[in-house]
Design a protein around this ligand. Sequence first.
Ligand code: ATP
Length: 347
Amino acid sequence: MRTSDTIVRLDRLQKRYGTVVAVEEMSLAVPRGELLCLLGPSGCGKTTTLKMIAGFVPPSGGRILIDESDVTGVPAHRRDTGMVFQNYALFPHLTVAENIAFAPRNVGMKRDETRRRVDELLELVQLGGLARRYPAELSGGQQQRVALARALALRPAVLLLDEPLSNLDARLRMQMRDELRGLVSRLGTTTLLVTHDQEEALAMADRIVVMNKGAVEQIGSPDEIYERPTSRFVAEFIGRCNLLPVRPGNGGVVLADGTGIAIDGPVPADAGLLAVRPEHVTLAVPGSTALVGRVIRAVYHGAVTHLYLDAAGTEILADIPSAAARSVPTGTAVGIVFDPGHIRILP
Ligand code: ATP
């Protein structure tokens, strides 16, 4: 990547609160136009990272570069970033239009230009008729749009969104997810979005940074993160996953009960865990496979049924088309096959 393609660069960025390490030496390059999701469980340091980039939390170490200039000591309002807070933080005593006009007025933008900018942003977030309303007179989704318009008012190089959809109900969240993704693509604004919702990250991100206890666990595109997790933490945190203890052996790996499983490609010497998603587990006639089990429970989900299988004391989850699942009622002995192309061997 040419350096000029990088719009945000974190260089060993760190934050400590006393003895708590909120963010551990984080390094990251975000290319222009990317939508990057910071994903991880509560308390892993996502918000702290975002607030350090925005300039609201001073780092304990490391540097932040925006468009290749070091902004580590630069105040928030001079960083060319726009931020949407989790609770939106709209000014309650200002109308929608005044909220959006706040930053442009502060930097001395002319009245006409400010008015044009506000109209354009209201149009962009589809709030045309609500310019004179106060935040308290808006729904959660409308407040979210105002916060977004306000963050975009100075056309920032980088948009920072902290759990922007978490206060919306499930249906609206799905709708706003698609809308937000579309809006960010149309504007081409580089966006860093914090979420603890793995589905949201998979659906929206160009790349995902999975964080755990203040450190980066894995960085990759949604399908890399989902299909090729590099650690137990990522495999468990993103989607549902079967995780079986194994050791290398028999030219593949061997399960705890001695069953050998064939693996595509070489088996690392430190192999300790086999990860396979339920959708990559299929059933076969008993006797035709190395691994056998019994159906213990079936949970119907419409097109697919989640089958819970017991294989010599190990629970294995298989997502099976519901039509096929009907022919294997609880108690049926089945052969179990892991799709070799989708088995991951972890340390
Ligand atoms: P959430 O999804 O719950 O917001 P998060 O991943 O955004 O979590 P942070 O808010 O960044 O996590 O917090 C990271 C760690 O730093 C946590 O252990 C938190 O308790 C601690 N922390 C955050 N802010 C402060 C503060 N002002 N003083 C002391 N500790 C803090």
